[in-house]
Design a protein around this ligand. Structure first.
Ligand code: UD1
Ligand code: CA
Length: 467
């Protein structure tokens, strides 16, 4: 490969068919904007310069990239933003970048709305001889709308003809231009300067540089992507959904290739990075977002959502549980219907049952919160049992306070713990308590009124209706 590499991502198209106020390339695929997919792949090639051509109102793009901040993968260079105020064609878009391209090496052209192009395919495309032009083509059963690859009797590429400019005979060609190509920078700049717009669409076509290259005796070498999804572009919401599913099926196939047991590869969504140990099983309709790590022998029941979660080996996440920014220890049982909120760290052998909400709480080994509870801003020791309906009152209307529940505590059902409060080691809290002061270790603490029975008491009776 040559020393200098420019990568230009074209993203100035209006995306009219999305019918959306959000720029097309900021619509998410697998939870990540289309443009970020392309930027991340481009970064893997370690370009000398990475340029994005954006249209009017395109500040949204640079803002979105800036906001991403530290999430930008390691090694990505500062992006050069180039405005194309009027969209006069792909060739015109490239003309806007002329001053930025330098003089040496290759320029690789990518599309912001073709998100799944892979670095492997691009490396193959870039592996051309100096002075050659590299073009990524694909053969489609229905090539309507695409630029056709015209070859001579020897099979050498002579030109790309856009669908609207093609003759009947040319329209039968099924090999089409993906739009992705690699060109020697010095020549590209020269060719761009001579483009004309006397064609069916009145546009400056980038594709016209191919005929110019051939006229100068340059060889055009073509290669095809490893997977068809790599070159699929997005125009409308339906295509976005289609590509999403295709991409998810590829992710599912790759997980199953590593031995992950998916009950149905068509019913999983991975919007980020999911890494799995051995013998992981995932039931239907689960969504994984951000960075999720599942240890060996983890089972995830149906309809769970896990976002930035680390689950240690042997744990069962039962159906309909929602876990966010949390660490779950080994051999634990979570759910069904559990909600684990950010900042929660659970040690091993913890049981969290149905309709339990945990927030910013640490629960130590072997403790159980099995039914209908809210535990927030709380430190729970080892072997604690928190009865049904227990609530930590962590918020006084102005500030949050912590609750500390030490080892071996038993909290009776329907207890409120008004923070800040500490329940000492080995303490028992009688059911129905409202605990507002620290409860001492090893004692029974009760706060409810003494039970009494009233003899001779009568239930009220319904009055007869007056006529
Ligand atoms: C282009 C190719 C066609 C190829 C097809 C593959 C040309 C002339 N034609 O056609 O051979 O088969 O892609 O999908 O290149 N863009 C700009 N500024 C513009 C125009 C477009 O930045 O003025 C960007 C768009 O945002 C998009 C890309 O370039 O990312 C392609 O534009 P699009 O209008 O989709 O090109 P096609 O006509 O489909
Ligand atoms: Ca297109």
């Amino acid at each position: 490969m040559q020393t200098e590499l420019n990568i230009v991502i074209l993203a100035a198209g209006k995306g009219t068919r999305m019918h959306s106020n959000l720029p097309k390339v900021l619509h998410p695929l697998a939870g990540k904007p289309l443009l970020f997919h392309v930027i991340d792949t481009a970064s893997q090639l370690d370009p000398t310069r990475l340029l994005v051509v954006y249209g009017h109102g395109g500040d949204a793009l640079s803002k979105a990239v800036a906001q991403r901040g530290s999430a930008v993968p390691h090694g990505s260079k500062k992006i050069i933003w180039v405005e194309q105020a009027q969209q006069l064609g792909t060739g015109h878009a490239l003309q806007q970048t002329l001053a930025e391209l330098g003089e040496n090496g290759l320029t690789l052209i990518l599309f912001g709305d073709v998100p799944l192009i892979s670095a492997e395919t691009l490396r193959t495309l870039l592996n051309i001889k100096p002075d050659e032009v590299g073009m990524l083509t694909v053969t489609l059963p229905d090539p309507t709308g695409y630029g056709r690859i015209v070859r001579d009797m020897q099979g050498k590429v002579t030109a790309i003809v856009e669908h609207k400019d093609a003759s009947e005979a040319q329209r039968t060609i099924t090999e089409v231009n993906t739009g992705i190509m690699a060109l020697p920078t010095r020549e590209l700049k020269r060719w761009l300067a001579t483009l004309r717009n006397d064609n069916a669409q009145g546009e400056y076509y980038l594709t016209d540089v191919i005929a110019l290259a051939v006229k100068e005796g340059k060889a055009v070498s073509t290669c095809q992507p490893r997977r068809c999804s790599e070159v699929l572009g997005i125009n409308g919401a339906a295509q976005l959904a289609e590509l999403e599913r295709l991409h998810q099926l590829e992710i599912a196939a790759s997980l199953m290739g590593q031995g992950v047991r998916l009950i149905d590869p068509a019913r999983i969504d991975v919007r980020g990075e999911l890494s799995c140990g051995r013998d992981v099983a995932i039931d239907a309709n689960c969504i994984f977002e951000g960075k999720v790590i599942l240890g060996d022998n983890v089972t995830v029941g149906a309809n769970c959502i896990l976002r930035d979660v680390n689950v240690a080996a042997g744990t069962l996440i039962a159906p309909f549980s929602l876990l966010e920014q949390a660490q779950i220890g080994a051999d634990s049982r979570i759910g069904p219907f559990a909600r684990i909120r950010p900042g929660t760290v659970l040690a091993a052998e913890v049981h969290i049952g149905n309709f339990v909400e945990l927030k910013n709480s640490q629960v130590d080994r072997g403790s159980k919160i099995n039914h209908l509870s809210y535990v927030g801003d709380t430190t729970v020791g080892k072997n604690v049992n928190i009865g049904a309906g227990t609530i930590t009152c962590n918020y006084d209307g102005a500030n949050k306070h912590r609750t500390v529940i030490e080892d071996d505590v038993f909290i009776g059902s329907d207890t409120q713990l008004v923070a800040p409060v500490t329940v000492g080691r080995g303490a028992t809290i009688g059911a129905g308590a409202t605990i507002t002061k620290d409860a001492p270790a090893d004692q029974l603490t009760l706060s409810r009124a003494k039970q009494i029975s009233v003899s001779g008491w009568k239930r009220p009776e319904k009055k007869a209706k007056e006529k």
